[in-house]
Design a protein around this ligand. Structure first.
Ligand SMILES: [Zn+2]
Length: 315
């Protein structure tokens, strides 16, 4: 269950997989400047050698300097860069700063807040680091990820705040013996029972067994499309399955601890994505593995806007 072993790192005799740093000293030695970061991106982007994005020819390009690469095919001669079409192409910040931010995110078990990062890396503007962090959160969950399967506990938990203003999330947690396997999360607003069906069909494969406290109409609808639905283990105080409660409790603590409880409703989805990214990779052997996965996701992602900055968030 280590997603870093995706096919794009598969080694060939010509192209060994890009090694990742295992601690900060190695990180520092490995990435002394922007050029070293750029080389790393090229390696992750084209693990078996450069392929021209315009004509598809696999051939080493001309290196024109200043991050410009030109296709050698005479009829093509298209130019590209290491960052074109990636998360990094839409910002002017030095690549090394992006790498440091990604290292901070991956090397700390509980992540890092925008306030901490601003202080540690000396960003002059809070808004910049807030946007960078949220751009990264948006690539942490791939749209084409696998759905969970087997026995999966589902439920709705409160993750932040109280009463009407509390933020809620859908949780799906795979059973793995007594342990929690992989999880999926989503924000929960409005009509929870209609959204529960959408959440389950998006995150869990039909044929799986759903354990949860769902309305009987929801259970019937799910059975009709191929799920086995068991109501949750009885006699728990909240009737929410154990793994769902545990995950909900961890998320609340994380939002209160690392993020000081300042997450706003419209951004909760991004934080949940970061939580899933960390949780499902919690057995990674080294922080460098998480770092490499994050860089890869950023390389594969089209640039996106982080939306308006929330000044109050995390402050
Ligand atoms: Zn070409």
């Amino acid at each position: 269950m280590l997603p870093t072993s995706t096919p794009s790192t598969s080694s060939t005799p010509q192209s060994p997989p890009a090694p990742f740093p295992t601690n900060f000293i190695e990180f520092h030695a490995r990435f002394p400047n922007d050029e070293a970061c750029r080389r790393y991106l090229l390696k992750l982007r084209w693990p078996t050698g450069f392929v021209c994005p315009a004509c598809g020819t696999k051939q080493e390009p001309y290196d024109l300097g200043r991050d410009r690469l030109r296709c050698r095919v005479p009829e093509c001669r298209a130019e590209t860069t290491a960052t074109a079409g990636t998360l990094f192409s839409s910002t002017r910040g030095p690549l090394l700063t992006w790498f440091l931010v990604m290292w901070e995110i991956s090397s700390r078990k509980t992540g890092v807040s925008a306030v901490e990062l601003q202080a540690k890396l000396g960003f002059s503007r809070y808004a910049t680091v807030w946007i960078w962090l949220n751009k990264l959160r948006q690539v942490m969950v791939r749209p084409d990820r696998d759905r969970l399967a087997g026995e999966v506990e589902v439920g709705i938990v409160k993750v932040s705040g109280h009463g009407e203003n509390g933020l809620r999330a859908f949780v799906a947690a795979q059973r793995e013996g007594r342990r929690i396997g992989r999880i999926r999360l989503d924000t929960c607003e409005g009509d929870a029972s209609a959204d529960m069906i959408r959440f389950i069909t998006e995150t869990i494969r039909p044929g799986s067994t759903i354990i949860g406290q769902v309305a009987s109409a929801t259970a019937d609808a799910l059975r009709a499309i191929g799920y086995v639905v068991l109501m949750s283990e009885p006699v728990t105080s909240s009737a929410t399955p154990r793994r769902v409660r545990l995950v909900g409790g961890h998320i609340s603590k994380w939002l209160m601890g690392t993020h000081q409880g300042g997450v706003q409703k419209q951004h909760l989805g991004w934080y949940l994505d970061e939580y899933v990214f960390r949780f499902n990779r919690r057995s990674a052997r080294s922080p460098g593995q998480l770092f490499q996965t994050l860089v890869k996701l950023a390389v594969q992602a089209a640039p996106r806007k982080a939306g308006p900055v929330s000044r109050s968030e995390e402050e």
